[in-house]
Design a protein around this ligand. Sequence first.
Ligand SMILES: Nc1nc2c(c(=O)[nH]1)N[C@H]1C(S)=C(S)[C@@H](COP(=O)(O)OP(=O)(O)OC[C@H]3O[C@@H](n4cnc5c(=O)[nH]c(N)nc54)[C@H](O)[C@@H]3O)O[C@H]1N2
Ligand SMILES: Nc1nc2c(c(=O)[nH]1)N[C@H]1C(S)=C(S)[C@@H](COP(=O)(O)OP(=O)(O)OC[C@H]3O[C@@H](n4cnc5c(=O)[nH]c(N)nc54)[C@H](O)[C@@H]3O)O[C@H]1N2
Ligand code: SF4
Ligand SMILES: [Mo]
Length: 756
Amino acid sequence: MSDPINNWQPTACILCSRNCGIEVEVQGREMKRIRGDKAHPISAGYLCQKAQRLNYYQNHADRLTTPLRRTADGTFEAISWDTAIAEIAGKLVALRDTYGGESLAYFGGGGQGNHLAGPYGKALRTAMQTRNYYSALAQEKTGGFWVDGRLYGRQNCHATEDVEHADVVVFIGTNPWQSHGIRNARVFLRELHKDPNRKMIVIDPRRTETAALADLHLQVRPGTDAFLLAAILATIVREGAEDAEFLASRTTGFDAVRTALLDVPIEAYAKRAGIAVEAVQQAARWITNANRCAVRTDLGIEHTLHSTLNQYLRALLYLLTGNFNRPGGNVLHTALIPLMGHLEEGEQQKRSAVTKFPFITNLLPPNILPAEINNDDSSRTRGLLIDSANPLVSMPDTQAYREAFAKLDLLVVIDVAMTETAQLAHYVLPASSQFEKAEATFFTMEFPANAFHLRRPLFEPLPGTLTEPEIYTRLIRAMGALPSDFSDLKAAAGQGRLAFAMAFQKFMKQQPELADFGPVILYETLGPTLPDGLAGAAYLWATAHQFAAKHPDAVRRAGHKGEGAMLGESLFESIISSPSGVLFSVNEYEEAWNFVRHKDHRIHLEIPEMLAELRELCADEPERTADYPFVLMAGERRSYNANTIYRDPAWRKDDPDGALRIHPDDAALMSIDNGGWVQCESKGGAVIARVEITDTVLPGVVTLPHGYGLEYPDENSIRKLTGVNINELTSVEDCDALAGTPWHKHIPVRLSLVTK
Ligand SMILES: Nc1nc2c(c(=O)[nH]1)N[C@H]1C(S)=C(S)[C@@H](COP(=O)(O)OP(=O)(O)OC[C@H]3O[C@@H](n4cnc5c(=O)[nH]c(N)nc54)[C@H](O)[C@@H]3O)O[C@H]1N2
Ligand SMILES: Nc1nc2c(c(=O)[nH]1)N[C@H]1C(S)=C(S)[C@@H](COP(=O)(O)OP(=O)(O)OC[C@H]3O[C@@H](n4cnc5c(=O)[nH]c(N)nc54)[C@H](O)[C@@H]3O)O[C@H]1N2
Ligand code: SF4
Ligand SMILES: [Mo]
């Protein structure tokens, strides 16, 4: 709750998908002190050390305060908003009308705290007449969405993990102690560790902080989870330990899966993964003997070899054992606004213009973007608008991105900071920060009680900046995509939401072609009537109505009252008047079966492409070559990295350079000292990193964090680089064939000593 005397204001942390509720002591434009918000419906007061430093995001030397235009000599000049909007809109329209809308692309809608602009981005893509949509989500989760689409009928059927009620929890390729991803991770992990009746299995090549608390740590070789998971699943079916009743009543296709798994050479695959067969059996038995088992996975299986197959196999782990849609298992959940859509596969499937890569949901993978731009094909991408992403550092193959961006006719970046990507733009548009506008994320992935948090601004927008709803609306208007000034709707909004509802419904019926512009229309008409700087959230009014009409019982269980349209109205009212967040749905477990979207409401276990890849696995795959004797896991979550959201290196309390972790045996062989410097070279590039010797990594494996390699001005305004941009080492080609997910955690490298 806000506390006007000490000026503690509720908002949320914007550094990871948990978006813990926080309270900020606001002093002028500073975030003086930060504490957990006990009133937040999910995090209930929890926060981690990263959130304490949020003032480094809000106030720093790289904040943008005026629109910028690149000049002929490559420097930037400040221009007015009117000039910027008119010129950008003019160029977008010219490219669209000369080369077709598909010559334009959009990158963004990601970010760990700012999703409210997402629907405005869709409106802009409609004005641009393009479907080309790239985001960070499509470099980690789209393989999983594709698998979900086959299993459950829609690519946006997403299963969460009820780890809190499980008696066996399996973490694969994730280190929640650092990355979180589950509710109040550190409190939960400590409790799980202490509880003699519950078990934790961790599959990770590194002895992470999470693995150190596990009852069983399978220290798998990097990139071999497909072998290990196949061996565990094969053990389960060989022992007949699958949940036959669940499989018979809730699924189809088990016979094909079983046949494929029975062919798995368990011993050879366990060996390939570097795990003893006894440990494989132990894991299989704990999982099958559990009353309730939940599986949580993340980048460790996504950013590596067999990315999509790994995500299929992890799903089989909970599906074959019947740990699905029940307490303590993996459960399909509601979403107020789904993070992703659904796309039918088949002949008519959308593909990218040049590389012909198939979309998954509505997204294309960042791994193909350089190739879509950097070629002489007439259908190449010529104009790109990037919002709240820093692909030059975050996406694979910085060099490929650099070269591709140089070829663009138009690059526009909307950001709060002068990023590496912004440095290459033709126009840079300064956005108000996430604490200067209404914001929210769509990471609503809880079950049975799911929450949404619409945050209010803590500060006035920094002078010179605009919010994204305003930027998008101005751009779309300047492109001539909106037919009128909506004066009738504005007048209706002045008479209250009931009158507005009728007018809006009539308007949209008369002009259905404006459907994608709905958020912009609501922003201009209903927006000004909303309190507390919430105009940008006006479209949530329509969202709340749609959600309540679809899930009335769940909305009522969450405490909202009313029948028909009044229920939607009540949900919207709660959203805008709950500054610490609000529950929007409470489900019963049986209802989760309604979220399976195949007509027969069964899970379709057989995915031929995945079973074919499973059959083609070859235990003799060479792991390393003599040229590149180490495997680099590039992108480790640590105490002091947070994607590229913090730019001022002073936010870190330790690990100033983002050290390269290496095993003591390897360090001894190479005569490297702790704190010394090495060159780390892949086929794509080389970087110089400081060394940290630790036996938490396997011999032959080294790790580096992501989120470093950012420039920031020192006290003399000289821009200095801190740490290593690991994407100088990665390559666009090294990715999953089906989803385009990069193999960041499996980069062959060689090391050599350097003096620095
Ligand atoms: N501190 C911090 N937290 C964050 C972020 C941050 O930048 N900093 N970023 C957020 C974001 S965007 C995301 S997507 C999440 C990601 O969260 P996580 O996926 O949990 O984070 P990572 O540390 O990248 O990878 C998880 C683990 O995968 C392991 N791993 C590497 N290779 C393999 C392999 O071949 N097999 C298996 N089984 N494991 C492997 C690594 O050793 C590591 O412990 O974190 C979020 N939280
Ligand atoms: N090699 C390697 N690469 C990786 C990873 C890895 O593990 N290894 N991790 C990957 C993962 S999982 C992810 S999610 C991506 C993340 O990569 P990106 O999608 O690039 O996301 P962020 O680093 O979060 O960058 C967010 C940008 O948004 C800006 N921003 C912050 N607030 C606002 C706002 O209110 N408005 C606007 N317009 N901009 C804002 C920030 O200044 C920053 O430039 O990185 C990926 N890159
Ligand atoms: S877990 Fe930490 S970084 Fe993630 S939202 Fe909560 S406080 Fe922020
Ligand atoms: Mo991510």
